[in-house]
Design a protein around this ligand. Sequence first.
Ligand code: HEC
Length: 131
Amino acid sequence: MRSPTTTCLKESVIQSQAAQRATRRLFCALLGVGAALSMANAGADETLAARQAASWASSCVTCHGSGAPVKGSSIPMLAGRSASEIEQKMRAYARGNTPGDVMQQIAKGYDEKAVARIAQWYAQLKPQASQ
Ligand code: HEC
């Protein structure tokens, strides 16, 4: 015959195992939520960064167009050009190494990080014919 103590001990072991399982399940669920949240956060960061880049680039769009050149303008299009070429040209304007009517002034207004983001934004655009 089992003593009440043995039964109680067994039950408490069973309970603690169940509790452990529950804790593990909760922990796993939380890990999952954490991972999902951090992924969502990374997505939000990327969206924010993309919006920031598009916002910086919007000041170039007036003259350089976005995907297509500005109608009737002879200002070169930047869409689809390599990011490093755009960055290099911007650096040269900012240092006064390339003559320009407006770009020397404009290029001075952006730090390297902003120029890199704008250049990436333009590089990923597909160039189209003027509409
Ligand atoms: C007011 C109009 C105007 C705006 C705004 C403008 N640009 Fe320009 N960009 C020009 C002109 C005009 C040139 C030709 C050089 C010159 O006269 O300064 C040029 C040339 C360039 C070139 C060299 C193109 C080549 O083929 O050699 C790059 C790169 C460039 N701009 C990048 C930018 C970026 C990036 C921005 C936004 C931060 C910007 N530009 C904003 C008018 C503009």
